[in-house]
Design a protein around this ligand. Structure first.
Ligand SMILES: C[S@@+](CC[C@H](N)C(=O)[O-])C[C@H]1O[C@@H](n2cnc3c(N)ncnc32)[C@H](O)[C@@H]1O
Length: 299
C-alpha cells in the first residue's frame, strides 16, 4: 500500500540536499527543472482526478516529487525516466511506496503498449501525468496521441504558451496545427498556470497544466487522415496568407488544379479568402474529404 506517513520529497531544501547527496547537477539538456511546491503537485494530481482505481504512467519522475503524490492516490504508478543517474535516487526516495515501478527509458523510444502490458493488470483506467521536459513537449504529446495505448486522461505541465496553443479556440491568435492535431483526438483545457518560482532551477518561462480527456460519443473522422493532416499542416504553413494561397502551395497553381480546389471549397461551403485559423476541426475534416478528388487527380 502507499505510505502517507513519510516526509514529502518536494521542498527546495530537500531537493538540493538529495541532488548533493548523490553528487548530481540539474541537467539542462534533459529539461531538469524540478517542482518544489507540494500544493502545486497536489493540484496536478487533483487535475487528473486520480483515485485508488487509477493506474498512472508518469514521464520524467526526476527525484520523485510528483511520483510520490501520485503513489499516495493511485492504484499503481509506472515512472519512466531517461536519466540513468536518477534511477538509484528514485529507488531510495520512492522506497516507502510499494505501488511504484521505475523504468529507465527514453519515452520517445519506449514501446508503450509493451510497458503497459508488463506493468499493469489492465483492470484499471489508465491515465498519464507528467511535468514534461520543455525541450521535447510537442514530440511527446504527438507520441502519446499516436500510441496504441488508450489513455483516458493526460495531465501535463508545459510552457504556458504551448498549453495555450493546444487549448486554443478557432479564430484565436494561438490556434494552429498543434491545436488541431491535439483537439482532433482529445478535448483540451488549461487547468491552471504555474509560476517559474516553484522550480529548481528556475526556468525562464512560466508553465501551465493542460488536461486532455478522451472525446465522448461518436468522434468525427476524415475519410483519409493522410489528406486531413496534409491539409492542416499546409494551411498553417503561411499563417498570414489566405487558405486559397496555402492550398495552391500544397497542390499547385495550374488552371485545372485551381478549378478543382475551388470546387472542393464550394462543396465544403468554405470561402477561399478565409485564413486557416478561422476553420474549425469539423470544417478541416469536410474540406479534406472534398479534397480527395484533387489528391486522386493531381498527385
Ligand atoms: C521537468 S523535469 C520533471 C521532474 C519531476 N517530475 C518534477 O516534477 O519535479 C523533466 C524530467 O524528465 C526527464 N526526461 C527528459 N527527457 C526524457 C525522455 N525523453 N524520456 C523520459 N524522461 C525524460 C528528465 O530527466 C527530468 O527528470
Amino acid at each position: 500500500m502507499a505510505n502517507n506517513d513519510v516526509p514529502d520529497i518536494a521542498s527546495p531544501i530537500r531537493t538540493k540536499a538529495i541532488m548533493e547527496t548523490y553528487g548530481l547537477t540539474f541537467k539542462k539538456s534533459l529539461g531538469q527543472n524540478f517542482l518544489t511546491d507540494k500544493n502545486v503537485l497536489m493540484n496536478i494530481v487533483d487535475a487528473g482526478d486520480i483515485t485508488a482505481e487509477d493506474d498512472v504512467i508518469e514521464i520524467g519522475p526526476g527525484i520523485g516529487s510528483l511520483t510520490e503524490q501520485l503513489a499516495r492516490r493511485a492504484h499503481k504508478v509506472l515512472a519512466i525516466e531517461i536519466d540513468q543517474n536518477l534511477i538509484p535516487v528514485l529507488g531510495e526516495t520512492l522506497s516507502p511506496y510499494d505501488n511504484v515501478d521505475i523504468v529507465e527509458q527514453d519515452i520517445l523510444k519506449a514501446n508503450l503498449p509493451a510497458l503497459v502490458e508488463e506493468h499493469f493488470d489492465g483492470q484499471h483506467p489508465l491515465k498519464l501525468v507528467a511535468n514534461l521536459p520543455y525541450y521535447i513537449t510537442t514530440p511527446i504529446i504527438m507520441h502519446l496521441l499516436e500510441t496504441a495505448v488508450k489513455l483516458d486522461t493526460i495531465v501535463v505541465m508545459m510552457q504556458k504558451e504551448v498549453a495555450e496553443r493546444i487549448a486554443a479556440d478557432p479564430g484565436s491568435r494561438t490556434y494552429g496545427s498543434l491545436t488541431v492535431a491535439v483537439q482532433y483526438e482529445m478535448d483540451a483545457e488549461v487547468a491552471f498556470v504555474v509560476p517559474r518560482t516553484v522550480f529548481i532551477p528556475q526556468p525562464n518561462v512560466d508553465s501551465a497544466i493542460i488536461v486532455l480527456n478522451q472525446k465522448e460519443g461518436d468522434v468525427e473522422r476524415p475519410i483519409s487522415e493522410m489528406v486531413f493532416f496534409k491539409l492542416v499542416k499546409g494551411s498553417f504553413a503561411h499563417r498570414r496568407k489566405s487558405l486559397w494561397n496555402n492550398l495552391q502551395s500544397i497542390y499547385g497553381k495550374t488552371p485545372e488544379i485551381r478549378e478543382a480546389l475551388q470546387e472542393a471549397l464550394d462543396a465544403s461551403e468554405i470561402s477561399a479568402q478565409i485564413r486557416a485559423e478561422k476553420l474549425s476541426i469539423h470544417e478541416f475534416i469536410v474540406l479534406s474529404n472534398n479534397l480527395i478528388k484533387v489528391e486522386e487527380k493531381f498527385n
